[in-house]
Design a protein. Sequence first.
Length: 334
Amino acid sequence: MAKNQYNSHVYELLTNELFVQHVFDPNENTDAYFQNEISKGRINEEVFKSALSIAKSWNKNNEVPLKIPAEEGYLDLETRLQKEKKSFTSWKPLIGLAASISIIILIVIGTLYNDPVQEATFITLETGFGETKDYHLKDNSEIKLFPNSRVRIDTSDMNSSRKVYLEMGKAYFNVEKMADASDFQVSLDDMNVKVLGTQFLVESLEESDKVVLREGSVEVSTVVGGEKLLLTPGQSAELLPGAKKLIVDDVNLLREFAWLNGKIYLKDDSLNKVADLISRYYNIEVKFESEDLRNKTLTGDFPIDDIQLLINILETTLNLSIEYEQNLITINHQ
């Protein structure tokens, strides 16, 4: 592996939320995840060890949260990678993990913006189940991630072209229009989205890739087939797995963007659909004791960011008995 590429991979790990959690608060899940990534060759073992050593050396005094000094950023990696690795036997629990991740991302981005000779360098942003997060880029553009979502941002040349890769899940983009008309691109496995200044939603799920436009205008194109089209506000473009043709439809914007405010908007939707939303948001299995319950319908705004409150509302509204244990919700007649 070339030196610059090696260093870039190390730096990408240092800005990965799950990696930072593993450094300060390791557990069986994070350990199993990284061992699996290493065994499958998706993470180089030497890269992982180097990033682990550097993360600890940047926090020699066991400070919480982790602080990456700007003067010791990417350009200093080569020097640090040549230093002898040090052992650390005591680590404090990571209090306020979200705050530490924000500090890491902000300082790292600042370092990269001031480096005029960057090759392709990426910042990885991600969320776990049950959490959403907001990020602001240098140009004031906003990215908000849905639970269990991940994006990579190419920070190497954001003055001329802003590129984001949605690797999984769902993300909302509020893109600031630049004076020099530089574009903003979001890429998925099978679809690309190109904008100037607008608000839109992008999904990369197993069942399809999808773009929903809230404001402005976007150009959507397929990787295979090269189809291109322009969306207007209130429209969506969807690409099913293996398809070459985009499906354009009119959508209810209130429904599509309600999660930004911690809600779901329903209009004669089935309880089965609500169960699917809960599963996707929290990674919780929903079990129906009686199949006829799946077809009960609901209309209105309901909270999605407070699972217990949602359960209480569903019980009262639909006359249900709902049991909620760690990773299982069981729904029955009252």
